[in-house]
Design a protein around this ligand. Structure first.
Ligand code: NAD
Ligand code: MLT
Length: 526
């Protein structure tokens, strides 16, 4: 498999990629766009930072692309919907550079409050003068934080150490998080603006946050406020900020992210009372080594089909859940795979019931695994955990999950019920303590079956000679039987499931189907 790295990646990360025996790595840092579009078709994964637009134009040319690794946090340069619909997994490193971004925020705040860059400019011009550059202390002032996520919280505790009162606006976090951080909650942004002596923004760039500080908000701030943006360009209306910096309503600003980046074209750069850096929030040795290593490991794991903790277009997993999830993911996929190989009716609804310990896991991911299993036998396109729910939605299939607590006999079980137009189908299984998967029921027939790559499933009359006749046909056809199970109902029907060592060709299935008493025979590939 091949990975292309299009932006600078720390040596620690490159080393992880090079050590992987099964991967070819091409370091094409800052490759021109047209060249990237020409060669991207040859790659299974790409690692980018914020300057590579991963969009429809690129996806159309990237036929093999399976994984996009964002070496950093923000994914606003990645078209997530385009990735998801193609089953491309997007992974990032949301925690690896938070401290560095936080520390640059504090640095910009202090630099702005103490006019550090302007002092330096004068000295470089051999002017020794402090005139007109009186600074401001942080002690006793109010800091207004917009977005109290990872970085917002780190900034909050550090500003409190300076003796500041913190008020914050973030409509998406709980009151308990505000309380834990000892930050006063502002129900609306307009409650924060007139009270804060310093404002710092730490939201992602979304439809809702673009221009979150515009002309109207700047008209509402406290006279002489200092504003910092170390999050994303576009959150502040730069023209409005430029005007407010000019008329003194905003005393100073510290800005790490600018319109037009990575070109230095923003008019803000030339404002006197601003301290600017070129999106350097994550540029520390520590953050880059962290980010590089983490993204390399995540991309490799994703390429190898393993679960990762930071997949942006998949539900988040806690690191300690990964191990326990593996066997359940496999079981769920297996249960999903039966339907289309045994039944020919289109699916209208699929219900997945989780019982016992499994219901404490991230079941939305397990449901994705069931759907992946359901579609794989009938779809040519790539189906994976990323796009399986979208495929269900697009096909008008209702996917419902429910949970049952307790249950002594099957306390780790998953049951899948598929409703077709005229009938229902079901399959159930469990994971035993040593991560051993078992299929316990198919269509109401009780079984105790280890999933096997090739299985023959026959429905027959419950009468003598059936097993022997099928065995003879398989033997003559040189197909070895590994294990076998029979289960029967009260109406003289039986289900026979044979694990076989090779694919059963159509003509052999037809021969078996022709045996008197055989009602239906199918080959199931897991
Ligand atoms: P995060 O997801 O942990 O936190 C973002 C917070 O913003 C969340 O708590 C969310 O509820 C809140 N939020 C979302 N919409 C909001 C709205 N409309 N109003 C108020 N709050 C809202 O993200 P993070 O890791 O803390 O990163 C914050 C920002 O910093 C992101 O934009 C990220 O891309 C950026 N970042 C920049 C650098 C850099 O180099 N300058 C480095 C790392 C991260
Ligand atoms: C991020 O979102 O992580 C930052 O933009 C930092 C970066 O990509 O270097």
């Amino acid at each position: 498999m091949k990975i292309i790295v299009t932006e600078k990646l720390a040596e620690a990360g490159v080393e992880v990629l090079r050590q992987a025996g099964d991967i070819d790595v091409d370091l094409r840092v800052d490759i021109p766009r047209d060249e990237l579009l020409k060669i991207i078709d040859g790659y299974d994964a790409m690692i980018v930072r914020s300057n590579t637009a991963v969009n429809e134009e690129l996806y159309k040319k990237a036929g093999k692309l399976k994984v996009v690794g964002r070496a950093g946090n923000g994914v606003d340069n990645i078209d997530m919907q385009g990735a998801t619909s193609r089953g491309i997994i997007v992974v990032n490193t949301p925690d690896s550079n938070s401290v560095s971004a936080c520390e640059l925020t504090i640095a910009l705040m202090l630099a702005a409050a103490r006019n550090i860059v302007r002092h330096q400019d004068r000295l470089r011009k051999k002017v020794w003068s402090r005139n007109g550059l009186m600074g401001k202390e942080l002690l006793g002032k109010t800091a207004g934080i917009i977005g109290l996520g990872r970085i917002g919280a780190l900034v909050c505790t550090r500003l409190q150490a300076f003796g500041m009162k913190v008020i914050a606006y973030d409509p998406y976090i709980s009151d308990s998080r505000f309380a834990k951080l000892n930050a006063e909650k502002c129900a609306e942004l307009k409650d924060l603006l007139p009270r804060a002596d310093f404002i710092t923004i730490h939201t992602p760039k979304t439809e809702e946050t673009i221009g979150i500080i515009g002309a109207a908000e700047l008209a509402a701030v406290k006279e002489g406020v200092i504003i910092v943006n170390c999050a994303r360009a576009g959150l502040i209306d730069e023209a409005a900020l430029g005007a407010a910096l000019k008329d003194g309503r905003v005393a100073a600003a510290g800005i790490d992210v600018l319109a037009g980046e990575p070109q230095a074209v923003s008019p803000l750069i030339d404002c006197e009372n601003i301290t600017v850096t070129p999106h350097a929030g994550a540029d520390t040795f520590e953050a880059q080594a962290n980010v590089g290593r983490t993204i390399a490991e995540e991309v490799l794991a994703s390429l190898r089909g393993e679960m990762v903790t930071n997949a942006v277009n998949l539900p988040n997993l806690l690191p300690n859940e990964l191990g326990r999830m593996k066997s359940y993911l496999y079981l769920c996929e297996v249960l999903g795979k039966f339907y289309h190989q045994l039944e020919k009716e289109p699916v209208e609804k699929i219900e997945i019931i989780y019982q016992g310990e499994v219901s404490d896991l991230e079941t939305s991911l397990l449901t994705r695994a069931v759907l992946k299993g359901l579609f794989e036998p009938i779809m040519k396109e790539r189906v994976n955990y990323v796009n399986s729910t979208l495929i269900a939605q697009n096909r008008g299939i209702e996917a419902v999950e429910s949970k049952k607590v307790g249950g002594a006999d099957l306390n780790r079980s998953v049951e899948v019920i598929v409703s077709g137009r005229s009938k229902n189908f079901s399959a159930a299984g469990t994971v035993f303590s040593r991560n051993e998967c078992k299929i316990l029921q198919v269509n109401g027939y009780s079984l105790d079956l280890n999933p096997s790559p090739c299985m023959l499933v026959a429905m027959n009359e419950d009468k003598p000679g059936m097993i022997g006749q099928i065995g003879t046909i398989l033997g003559v056809s040189k197909i070895n039987i590994a294990t076998m199970q029979v289960s029967r109902d009260k109406n003289n029907n039986a289900m026979m499931v044979m694990a076989v060592d090779s694919v059963v060709p159509r003509e052999v299935l037809n021969m078996i189907g022709g045996v008197d008493g055989i009602k239906k025979v199918s080959f199931v590939k897991l």
